[in-house]
Ligand binder design. Structure first.
Ligand SMILES: Cc1cc2nc3c(=O)[nH]c(=O)nc-3n(C[C@H](O)[C@H](O)[C@H](O)COP(=O)(O)O)c2cc1C
Length: 354
């Protein structure tokens, strides 16, 4: 994904022209999505290539009240067989709930049956992806492409809402538009209002355009406008949530009901506890090396319950590169993880550095 995983420290800061609310009156409010009580309003986003069962369980154990699985293409969901390599996509554990499953596709007709399969697998909330900016998705008329065609987007919403039992919330993930044009903005609001009118329980808005991919800041002013427009309907914000403080800032300055932590949670699952700490007026907990080691080993053990050794090695190597950011010698540790070719070598990196 272009620039998606580049060093957040190098990204420009978010737009800060939003007013600081009165600290005396601001309160973090518990989040509810339809009839599902989420609680603390900092959740873990859907992250393709990352938010597998192991990452989601680690996030839940460390304080995330709700997580989303990696996006799945509708046809992929329908064709999934009980094969060791792919079955993990629909495997859920008791401790994960509530957990969201996310669908992406081009043909509205495929969405209903795919959503039904996610419900049968046990997902508590069904999320529709109208945001993915990658070439293969947009070129295949999926993800963010739907922001250009409100009538098709809303037909997808109808199909999913009809297929999913009424007690299971349907939600949307949207970018703020295809590009910066007025037409794109108008279509965003057309889809948003149409979706709420069709029974969508919450919308997560990423403040970047599809064209923007991950270049430049997420527009938090847009998020504030969205929440003002949505009034009491539930909006979660996304974009540039790299620290616990930025999560709290987004809640306070934009008025959104929840924040969806994405890159900031890859290799830093402690961020969920840190936001809670800050919201309680406490200093954010800092994970020492022993804690960083404990959590990486825990994630590896969990991963092996769902995935093969080879898959787990490649996943843990990818996460290791991100966990390394918290190490006092990030470059040394990052290079060591990058060179690990087996789980044994990965464990040796932990033994040597943590
Ligand atoms: C590697 C990667 C994978 C992603 N996968 C998904 C996905 O499966 N579904 C989704 O809705 N968004 C996905 N996103 C978008 C994030 O959920 C989030 O909206 C975006 O990264 C902006 O937040 P951030 O700037 O705080 O990272 C992904 C982002 C990244 C970087």
């Amino acid at each position: 994904m272009t620039n998606a995983t580049s060093n957040p420290d190098l990204l420009p800061p978010p737009l800060w022209s939003l007013p600081e609310p009165d600290p005396q009156t601001f309160r973090v409010r518990p989040l509810r999505i339809g009839n599902v009580d989420i609680g603390f309003p900092a959740v873990q986003a859907a992250l393709s290539g990352y938010s597998d069962g192991a990452m989601r369980i680690v996030a839940r154990r460390l304080g995330a009240p709700y997580t989303l699985a990696e996006v799945m293409i509708d046809r992929f969901v329908l064709e999934l067989k009980n094969r060791r390599r792919t079955q993990h996509h629909l495997q859920l554990t008791d401790e994960e709930h509530p957990v969201g499953g996310q669908l992406m596709g081009s043909d509205p007709k495929e969405f209903g049956p795919a959503a039904t399969r996610l419900v049968e697998a046990g997902f508590d909330i069904i999320d529709i992806n109208f945001g993915c900016p990658v070439k293969s998705a947009v070129g295949g008329c999926r993800g963010g492409y739907h922001l250009s065609q409100p009538s098709v987007a809303l037909e997808i919403v109808d199909r999913v809402r009809e297929a999913v039992p009424p007690q299971i919330p349907v939600t949307l993930k949207m970018r703020r538009g295809i590009d910066d044009s007025q037409g794109s903005r108008d279509r965003f609001f057309q889809i948003m209002d149409g979706a709420f009118n069709r029974g969508v329980a919450a919308i997560t808005v990423h403040g970047r355009t599809v064209e923007q991919k991950y270049v430049g800041p997420s527009n938090w002013e847009f998020l504030r406008d969205v929440k003002l427009h949505a009034k009491d309907r539930t909006i979660l914000g996304s974009g540039d949530l790299f620290t616990a403080q930025s999560c709290l800032d987004m809640l306070r300055r934009t008025g959104v009901d929840g924040v969806s932590v994405a890159r900031g949670a890859i290799g830093n699952p402690w961020i969920f506890q840190q936001v809670r700490d800050l919201a309680n007026g406490l200093p954010a907990m800092i994970p020492d090396l022993a804690e960083q080691r404990r959590v990486q080993l825990m994630q590896c053990e969990l991963s092996l319950q769902f995935k093969t050794d080879v898959q787990t090695c490649s996943t843990m190597r990818a996460f290791g590169l991100k966990f390394a950011r918290l190490h006092p010698q990030p470059d040394v540790v990052r290079n060591a993880f990058a060179a690990a070719k087996s789980l044994e070598e990965w464990r040796r990196v932990l033994d040597t550095n943590y």
